[in-house]
Design a protein around this ligand. Structure first.
Ligand code: ADP
Ligand code: AMP
Length: 216
C-alpha cells in the first residue's frame, strides 16, 4: 500500500500515520520530520531552511523532492509507505508521480483529513512533540503520562516554533493556496478517500482503516 496523507496542518496526519505504521508495519515518512532533522543537525540544507520553516512557509521544492524521492526508494519502503506532508503543491505531486512511474509503482490511496480550521487552532496550540523520536502529544487530547516526557522513548517534549500564532496563520494560508488544489487532482484520479478528522483519535483511526481498505 502506497499512501499519501493530505490535509491542513494539525488535522492529525502524523498522529494517525504513527498508529497505522505500527499496525501495518509500514514506514511513516513525515517530510516535516526529515526537514526538522536537517535543521537539528545544522546541515547546509538545515541552515538554508530553518527560517522558512519557522515562519510557516514551504521550503524549496528541490529540497523536499530530493529528500522524499530518495526516502521512498529505500528498502523498507518497497512493500509500501505512508507519506505524510508530501506532496504539498502541484510541482511536488508531479515529481512524485514521475518517480513512482520510474519504479513501476503507483499511489494506492490519498487520504484527505477533513476538518474545520476552528478545531485545528486548538490542536496546534496544545501540540507537544518529542525531541528524540518525533512522537506527537496534545496537552488535553492526548497527554503524555508524565508531563514533558515522551511515553515511548523518555525523550523531552517541546513546542514547535511554527506552532506559534503567526506561523499558524501563514501555514493555513499556504495550505489553502498551494495544497488544497491537490484534492481535486486526486479526486480526478479516483484515489482520494475522505476521513472525518474532527472526531477523537480512536474514531478517526477506525474510519481511516475502513477508508484505506474499502474507500469512502
Ligand atoms: P498534523 O500531522 O496533521 O500536523 P498532528 O498529528 O501533529 O497533525 O496533530 C496535531 C495535534 O492535534 C497534536 O497535538 C495531536 O496530539 C492532536 N490530535 C491529533 N488528532 C487528534 C484528534 N482526533 N482529536 C484531538 N486531538 C488530536
Ligand atoms: P509538518 O511537520 O508537516 O507540519 O511540516 C512543517 C514544515 O516543514 C512546513 O510548514 C514547511 O515549512 C516544511 N515542509 C514540510 N513538508 C513540506 C513539503 N512537502 N514542501 C515544502 N515544505 C514542507
Amino acid at each position: 500500500m502506497n499512501l499519501v496523507f493530505l490535509g491542513p496542518p494539525g488535522s492529525g496526519k502524523g498522529t494517525q500515520a504513527e498508529r497505522l505504521a505500527e499496525k501495518q508495519s509500514l514506514p511513516h515518512i513525515a517530510v516535516g520530520d526529515l526537514l526538522r532533522e536537517e535543521v537539528r543537525k545544522n546541515s547546509e540544507t538545515g541552515q538554508r531552511i530553518k527560517a522558512v520553516m519557522e515562519a510557516g512557509n514551504l521550503v524549496p521544492d528541490e529540497v523536499t523532492i530530493t529528500l522524499t524521492c530518495s526516502r521512498i526508494t529505500q528498502p523498507d519502503a518497497q512493500k509500501g509507505f505512508i507519506l505524510d506532508g508530501f506532496p504539498r503543491n502541484t510541482v511536488q505531486a508531479e515529481a512524485l508521480d514521475k518517480r513512482l512511474k520510474e519504479e513501476n509503482k503507483m499511489l494506492n490511496r490519498v487520504v484527505y483529513f477533513d476538518i474545520s480550521e476552528e478545531q485545528i487552532v486548538n490542536r496546534l496550540s496544545g501540540r507537544r512533540s518529542c525531541k528524540k523520536c518525533g512522537a506527537v502529544y496534545h496537552l488535553q487530547f492526548n497527554p503524555p503520562k508524565n508531563e514533558n516526557v515522551c511515553d515511548k522513548c523518555g525523550g523531552e517534549l517541546y513546542q514547535r516554533a511554527d506552532d506559534a500564532e503567526n506561523a499558524i496563520r501563514t501555514r493555513f494560508a499556504v495550505y489553502r493556496q498551494q495544497t488544497q488544489p491537490l484534492i481535486d487532482r486526486y479526486k480526478r484520479e479516483k484515489i482520494l478517500v475522505n476521513v472525518e478528522a474532527g472526531k477523537d483519535i480512536k474514531e478517526v483511526f477506525a474510519e481511516l482503516l475502513l477508508a484505506i481498505q474499502y474507500g469512502s
